[in-house]
Design a protein. Structure first.
Lengths: 469, 176
């Protein structure tokens, strides 16, 4: 049953596994008692989460005045964090949906964890617009429900409302896609478990049996959901960019924003996937499933999207000069040479220059370089959003309104806190669910059916010979 | 999904290739397979079992179309009939501005509708326990099952003969 290793192509799964070994390798981490490393990481993450809850409480109790926003700089760290998290949340659905449509079989090693990351990142992203409202308890006003104020409906022409629909649809569809993929794997965990554990996984697996008709429907569903998620993932960051592009602020009002935001989102999402995968594969001993070939492929995506983002930065500069429009020219002069020049430098060096290292195969296949680079990209993409938001607002049309923005401890705490929320969810996920899609990996174990070499192969071999004659 | 208990005779195979051969063999000797279970989708199995293509994608299209109409007609009604407001000097019925929400609601309706339909037609839901034949079916075994409720020994022996001939590694009986 073990796979025959091709001389030409790297195998998708290394180590000559059979089906049972795959089940064993991927499911057993959920069955062991947590390691010390996990417990320590969980304590740190939960502390971050607790601090987050405290900062949210502080913001609501004291009010938005506890942040350093003012009349001109209405968006600061909060929306920077929102866009950063939404961007990170793009890699999972891209890997699972677009790569499914392109029949990239290597996706099976990383899609489960990447989708989980997507969902957790979107949860973190969704926090910021809500907290930013100030009066959190009136958050439901954003939904078009029949109300006693007329009914006065929400403004369907506003990109901020489009964002509400985009983010909530994206979250729902990603969750459905992810969970439906998890159901057969939860059934695998269920069938290995006993007692209470079996009851819990029985509940989670929805009564999956593995019948042929169910698998057929399952595949049909996955394919159509992938087809729906593909334009969806592109639409979400496009709509996020509309928040800026449909305004009349120089530096924001540009048609390049949708493709530039989408490329940046894929870029930062893959970086976060790399950060998590490099650690996860090591700690859970999944190096044979999440292989160097996976890491190399994702580094290639990082190189391509990073370079696309670089081209977008340069195009922006060129167009602002070429437009002959002094406000546009000033906005970009200010980004590069203004009081926030350091964030522009951080963005350019982390996002455009540093990924160029991946032109070298040796660097793409180095775990250490990959990890360091993934952190660089995460930082660079955060700076990108900060450059776009804070730098632009700090120097608007009226020089009398110009000011300089630095965050308060509450704003910094909210950002660190969402990292705590994110890692708490991710650490719970790696303990409770198979981190690699078990059934999907089994389906790609053999490149072709005639690679079967296990017991009972004799009967199979004779029929093959008969066919050859 | 009948409520009565069924006696099921099933054989476990070690590999999907042997399973596919065995299904062919069962078809040629006119054995009536109740169901086939596997740890992952086995491609090429559906036509052999006479399963028609899933119609889930048609349902998905219908749900999506309902979503499109719901979103577009609702926004149209709000801004032309119920509470017309001028935004930015644009017409009340500003169709381009409705496109993003119409698209999102289409995807939302299609996805939720299809997933709910999938679980409903498969008889699955949170907390439901469907009888399974063997715990190893979700691990590394491929299973062909025959319904032998009320069957005589001769026909059971015929099925056992089929299993041993087609390379099953195990043959068991279970009442589900």
């Amino acid at each position: 049953m073990s796979a025959v290793v091709s001389k030409i192509r790297e195998p998708l799964i290394e180590g000559g596994k059979n089906y049972h070994q795959i089940t064993e390798d991927i499911c057993s981490p959920t069955e062991r008692t947590p390691s010390m490393a996990w417990v320590l990481a969980f304590i740190v993450a939960v502390s971050g989460l607790a601090f987050y809850v405290f900062c949210v409480g502080w913001t609501i109790w004291v009010g938005i005045g506890s942040w350093n926003l003012n009349r001109t700089i209405g968006w600061g760290w909060d929306i920077t964090n929102f866009v950063w998290w939404v961007g990170i949340g793009h890699a999972g659905t891209l890997i699972s949906a677009i790569l499914l449509l392109f029949r990239q079989k290597w996706r099976t090693g990383v899609n489960r964890a990447a989708e989980a990351m997507t969902i957790f990142a979107v949860i973190c992203a969704g926090q910021f617009p809500l907290i930013h409202m100030g009066r959190l308890w009136l958050g439901f006003f954003i939904f078009p429900y029949p109300n006693t104020r007329g009914p006065l409906w929400v403004n369907f022409n506003s990109p901020l409302l489009w964002d509400v629909f985009a983010i909530s649809t994206y979250f729902t569809v990603s969750l459905l896609f992810w969970y439906t993929g998890l159901v057969p794997d939860f059934a695998t965990v269920r069938d290995r478990a006993k007692g209470l554990r079996r009851k819990i996984y029985n509940f989670l697996s929805f009564g999956w049996t593995g019948a042929a008709k169910h698998w057929q429907r399952f595949e049909a569903l996955s394919l159509v959901l992938a087809g729906l998620a593909t334009p969806l993932v592109l639409s979400v960051h496009t709509i996020v960019s509309f928040d800026f592009a449909t305004s009349v602020i120089p530096g924001w009002h540009t048609t390049i924003f949708p493709p530039y935001f989408v490329a940046g989102a894929i870029f930062s999402g893959f970086a976060m996937v790399q950060t998590l995968m490099v650690i996860t594969r090591k700690v859970l001993k999944l190096e044979q499933y999440i292989t160097l070939a996976h890491i190399e492929s994702m580094n290639k995506v990082i190189l391509v999207t990073g370079t696309i983002v670089g081209v977008a930065y340069l195009t922006e500069l060129f167009i602002s000069w070429y437009s002959g429009y002094i406000y546009e020219q000033f906005a970009f002069y200010n980004r590069v040479m203004g009081p926030y020049w350091w964030s522009y430098v951080g963005m350019m060096s982390c996002n455009v220059l540093s990924p160029q290292i991946f032109w070298w195969r040796k660097m793409r296949r180095s775990i250490f370089v990959t990890f360091v680079m993934s952190i660089f990209v995460n930082i660079g993409m955060w700076f990108e959003r900060f450059v776009i938001i804070a730098t632009t607002l700090a120097r608007d049309y009226l020089p009398s309104s110009w000011s300089y923005y630095t965050p308060t401890w509450v704003e910094i705490g909210l950002f660190i806190g969402t990292l705590g929320l994110f890692f708490t969810l991710y650490l719970i996920f790696v303990r409770t669910a198979p981190v690699v899609a078990v059934a999907e990996v089994k389906a790609i174990l053999k490149a072709a059916g005639d690679q079967y070499t296990g017991p009972n192969a004799a009967a199979h071999a004779t029929t093959k010979e008969a066919k050859a004659h | 999904m009948s409520k009565e208990n069924k006696d099921v005779l099933y054989g476990l195979y070690d590999d999907e290739e042997i399973l596919l051969k065995a299904v062919d063999q069962a078809n040629s000797s006119h054995l009536d397979i109740m169901d086939v279970f596997s740890p992952f989708p086995v491609h090429g199995l559906d036509p052999k079992l006479g399963l028609s293509e899933s119609r889930l994608h048609i349902a998905g299209f219908v749900y999506g179309a309902i979503g499109t109409l719901t979103a577009f007609l609702f926004m149209t009604w709000v801004f032309t009939r119920d509470w017309p407001i001028i935004f930015g000097g644009k017409p009340y019925w500003s169709v381009p501005a409705f496109i993003p929400i119409t698209f999102e609601v289409t995807v939302l309706f299609a996805s939720i509708g299809m997933v709910v339909s999938f679980y409903t037609v498969c008889g699955m839901a949170p907390g439901i326990t469907n009888p399974t034949l063997d715990d190893r079916i979700t691990d590394d075994k491929f299973c062909i099952a025959f319904d032998v409720t009320g069957a005589d020994d001769a026909s059971k022996d015929k099925l056992k003969g089929f299993f041993s001939q087609s390379g099953a590694s195990e043959v068991n009986m279970k009442t589900i």
